[in-house]
Design a protein around this ligand. Structure first.
Ligand SMILES: [Zn+2]
Length: 143
């Protein structure tokens, strides 16, 4: 099993973020556990409007095909990863959209919905933490 795909991923179906979308691959962020990559977030960017799009990939699982194009992100949101201290392996992380402040509804592996508090684009919680994708482009993050 190769850890880092050597080919640049193909441009996904154009996502209509603006009048003239020019979406290109920007960078990966690898998610590591014990120095092993267990997943990747692929980051794409529109050259016209500068919006970023992210795609979550669990290692060994093909890309999430039910999201055609990529999920929309609001102007007041940033891409982030929530890390759960209560889970292990692939269930330990999840790609989310974080607002600057407020509450995020977070669905756990056993389908419970938790209200997690966000302060300045960061989860503030005893059992969950987070980081922003834009701060870790081309890097691996140990979770
Ligand atoms: Zn655009």
């Amino acid at each position: 099993m190769s850890e880092t795909p050597s080919d640049t991923p193909k441009t996904p179906e154009i996502y209509k973020c603006c009048e003239n979308p020019q979406i290109t691959y920007l960078a990966p962020v690898n998610i590591n556990v014990d120095e092993k990559t267990i997943g990747t977030v692929d980051v794409w960017r529109c050259a016209s409007c500068k919006k970023k799009f992210c795609e979550e990939k669990q290692l060994g699982i093909d890309s999430i095909t039910d999201i055609v194009g990529m999920p929309r992100i609001g102007d007041d949101e940033k891409w982030g990863v929530i890390i759960s201290k209560l889970q292990k392996g692939k269930d330990k992380w999840k790609l989310v959209r974080l607002k600057q402040n407020g509450i995020i509804k977070y669905e756990t592996v056993d389908e419970k919905i938790l209200d997690l508090k966000i302060e300045d684009y960061k989860i503030v919680d005893d059992y969950h933490s987070s980081f922003l994708i834009e701060d870790h482009l081309n890097r691996a993050v140990e979770i």
